[in-house]
Design a protein around this ligand. Structure first.
Ligand code: FNR
Length: 374
């Protein structure tokens, strides 16, 4: 196994230092949030308000469960994927390499972080393409912001030989980010143009503030067939960007938006196929999301924590191999637990979970009542 061929240091061009520094900071701050959540310092999230009714005679043998998930035009081997996170610096290239190795070993679909840096900066490219190099035949999604052009979208797909293109909507993050973009009015038109130009299906996602029912209806009208609701309750990008502001004056916006659970309840008839992410902590959260209508669930922060070593990206190729092995082990545990939970709930496939009896409590119930959802 080789390291991403990113020349670091004076011997050759390095990724743009300001952008690379930002990517490293995102990983460091997201890791800090995960550590706080793991220590129980974080709030419960809306998945805790979703209870699945137990029926004692309904179980099926886990050996008879087929975890294949039907998402848009695809068949994924399990209803789980590694969501878009990173790339753009030497250290984050190692994180991506570990994700690529784990993807090949487990068959799990994966996404890179926003490949903008790789399009604009040749030195950063290998920190993204390493995901494809390590995983030549797996399902890989490239990721791009909604402010980019259709031509950029095509280049992003070509760069990774991507099977899908994630386009992220992140107005709350950009609002708080010191160097954030504010050209929000162009996004809907860009999404439609990117869908029309992209050689592969587009998955529109939020990064942690959720996609409302109205947004999902608009996305369907723009030609989007798969959407990841990316709700609040997990990695909080408003918090991350606020911590990067010298004044930290937008702390009160932490937790902006809706949770994945609320978004799944709010989704209108005719919405794109739904993916759920944001605060997915365990295989039980995946199953809860599937019971609420998601086709699969995405995990970012939780899996990042596994790849990092004491909160730090791998330092060299050997450490990257060890990080990949930890991630493989974690994904295999999730696969086996998912089969067990499907069996417990009497579902032979992820699609069968959609008829599970679900109770929602607390603030989610209040949200549903206020939105007129029964
Ligand atoms: C992200 N996320 C993200 N999303 C995206 O669409 N493009 C990106 O470049 C990034 N970058 C990024 C970096 C890091 C370090 C993390 C942890 C996350 C957001 C991610 O895909 C997901 O939507 C949120 O993290 C919420 O999911 P979790 O972390 O609660 O599972």
């Amino acid at each position: 196994m080789t390291e991403p061929t990113v020349p670091a240091g004076p011997a050759g061009p390095s990724p743009d230092p300001a952008r690379a520094g930002r990517k490293d900071e995102h990983v460091r701050l997201a890791a800090g949030q995960q550590a706080a959540l793991a220590a129980g310092a974080g709030p419960r999230n809306d998945f805790d308000e979703v209870e699945l009714l137990h029926h004692a005679l309904d179980g099926v043998d886990p050996a008879h469960v087929d975890l294949t998930a039907a998402v848009g035009p695809w068949r994924w081997p399990l209803p789980l994927y590694v969501n878009g996170m990173t790339g753009g610096s030497v250290a984050t290239g190692r994180v991506n390499r570990a994700i690529g190795i784990a993807a090949r070993a487990t068959g799990i679909p994966v996404a890179t972080g926003s490949v903008s840096a790789g399009l604009d900066d040749a030195a950063a490219r290998a920190t993204f393409t390493v995901v494809r190099d390590e995983n030549p035949d797996g399902f890989v999604m490239a990721n791009l912001g909604a402010d980019r052009t259709p031509d950029d979208a095509v280049r992003a797909v070509e760069m990774l030989r991507a099977d899908a293109l994630q386009v992220h909507l992140n107005a709350a993050q950009e609002t708080v980010m010191p160097e954030g973009s504010r050209r929000f009015e162009t996004w809907a038109g860009n999404v439609a143009a990117i869908c029309a130009a992209s050689p592969v299906p587009v998955v529109v996602k939020e990064v942690g503030a959720g996609l409302s029912g109205r947004t999902l209806a608009r996305l369907a009208g723009l030609g989007v067939t798969v959407a990841d609701v990316g709700g609040r309750g997990g990695t909080d990008f408003v918090g991350i960007e606020n911590d990067r502001r010298p004044t930290r004056d937008l702390a009160y916006l932490r937790g902006w938006g809706q949770s994945a659970v609320a978004c799944l309840l709010d989704a209108p008839a005719g919405a794109p196929h739904l993916l759920a992410s944001g605060g997915v902590r365990t295989p039980l959260d995946v199953v809860r999301a599937l019971a609420l209508g998601a086709r699969a669930a995405g995990v970012a922060g939780r899996f990042l924590r596994v790849v990092l070593d004491d909160g730090e990206p791998p330092r060299d190729a050997a450490a990257t191999d060890r990080a990949a092995a930890r991630l493989v082990e974690e994904i295999e545990v999730w696969r086996s637990h998912l089969a067990a939970l499907h069996g417990l709930l009497g579902a032979r496939t992820p699609a069968e979970l959609m008829t599970t009896d679900v109770l929602v409590r607390g603030t989610v119930r209040e949200f549903a009542a206020l939105r007129g959802i029964d």
